[in-house]
Ligand binder design. Structure first.
Ligand SMILES: Cc1ncc(COP(=O)(O)O)c(C=O)c1O
Length: 367
């Protein structure tokens, strides 16, 4: 048996003709950077989310970094975020020159604990950067209230949450800017790196357009200091094809999650929650379990791949030791890192495979 934790080959097999044609059309046109596919995909993605504007960039990390730059956030500034996220959330903040300030997470949604945000606001705070982790939105209302009261920007890390909802709004469209990743395993994934910033603010949009392309207002005329961070035509052409399937895939992921819930209901595993104001898109299906490492090995030995997202909270990563944190500072994130396990979840997973994963977990717990 072989049930990998991700399997991109299955998706390609299903869409082979459309994907191959998309590649071919770009090669035949001979335009590879900032062509019509990027422009059309930006429009289509903005429409899909109900956002005013979208800017294709090089990756999710770059989406976050350029968003911070667009808000003039840099040296001496503080950005409030969470320690249980992918490292790139924090790389973007430190690359902009700002200091990440951490707030622990809630036990159930694994997203920012809103009760702990206000105490972290200082006169250096410039933004709140919630992470909609695993496909579940952060509770945004309180964040928006705090941001308004303290004149802060809100930059949403929606890299794992394409199409996830907070009340009736799409994750990524509530704050000043929403940042998405098209890393291949994401719910909407490219065949390489890619990212997008969405915003309803025209001024920020215009700045992002310059920032991603050497600060140019027109060719060879740079108005501001910029970068090179562009979504490329090949990725945009593929993503335009895949965007048409995103809702179908999300429904499939939700069905798989329901099956896991039914099959593991009576086990000792803590299953993911979906708060009543959220629509979870199950980028990852993360369980919390005692003897996590033994379960991981047990599944691996029987051909089931799993992963840990993430094994080391950011405040305990060597790269960020200068922030001066120690074990015990963010206990919920730290405990999670010891107990969480991501099970296989992708639209092509079969009923039989889901049943196999669940019965192995039950079997392990009965040993
Ligand atoms: C929560 C989160 N933030 C940021 C990123 C960075 O995205 P990318 O890998 O496209 O740079 C990722 C993806 O890896 C992510 O999962």
């Amino acid at each position: 048996m072989n049930i990998p934790v991700f399997d991109l080959k299955r998706q390609y097999e299903n869409l082979k003709t459309e994907i191959d044609n998309a590649f071919k059309s770009v090669f035949e046109k001979g335009i590879f950077v900032l062509g019509e596919n990027v422009k059309l995909f930006e429009e289509e993605f903005a429409d899909y989310l109900g956002a005013g504007f979208a800017v294709g960039v090089g990756s999710g990390t770059e989406a976050l970094h350029l968003s911070l730059e667009a808000c003039d956030i840099g040296y001496g500034d503080e950005v409030i975020t969470v320690p249980n996220t992918a490292v790139p959330t924090i790389s973007a903040i430190s690359f902009a020159g700002a200091k990440p300030v951490f707030v622990d997470i809630t036990q159930d949604t694994y997203t920012m604990d809103l009760r702990k945000v206000e105490e972290k606001i200082t006169d250096k705070t410039k933004a709140i950067l919630p992470v909609h982790l695993y496909g579940h939105s952060t509770e945004m209302e309180q964040i928006m209230k705090l941001a308004k009261a303290h004149n802060l920007r809100v930059i949403e890390d929606a890299c794992q949450s394409h199409g996830a909802k907070y009340n009736n709004k799409n994750a990524g469209t509530i704050g000043d800017m929403g940042c998405f990743s098209f890393y291949p395993t994401k719910n909407l994934g490219a065949y390489g790196d890619g990212g997008m910033v969405v915003t309803n603010n025209e001024e920020l949009y215009k700045k992002l357009i310059m920032l991603r392309n050497y600060g140019e207002v027109k060719k060879f005329t740079s108005k501001i200091e910029g970068f090179n961070s562009r979504l490329d035509e090949i990725q945009a052409a593929v993503l335009r094809v895949k965007l048409r399937y995103l809702d179908e895939w999300t429904n499939k992921r939700r069905e798989i999650a329901t099956m896991y819930h039914q099959l593991l209901y009576n086990s000792n595993v803590q299953l993911p929650c979906e708060r009543q104001w959220a629509k979870h898109v199950y980028h990852l299906f993360v369980i919390r379990v005692n003897k996590r490492d033994a379960l991981k090995d047990y599944l691996q030995e029987r051909g089931v791949g799993t992963q840990i997202h993430y094994p080391i909270p950011i405040h305990l990563q060597e790269a960020y030791k200068e922030l001066g944190h120690k074990a015990g500072d963010f206990p919920i994130s730290e405990r999670n890192a010891e107990e969480i396990l991501s099970l296989p979840i992708y639209p092509e997973l079969t009923t039989e495979e889901i049943e196999t994963v669940a019965s192995l977990i039950t079997e392990f717990q009965n040993i």
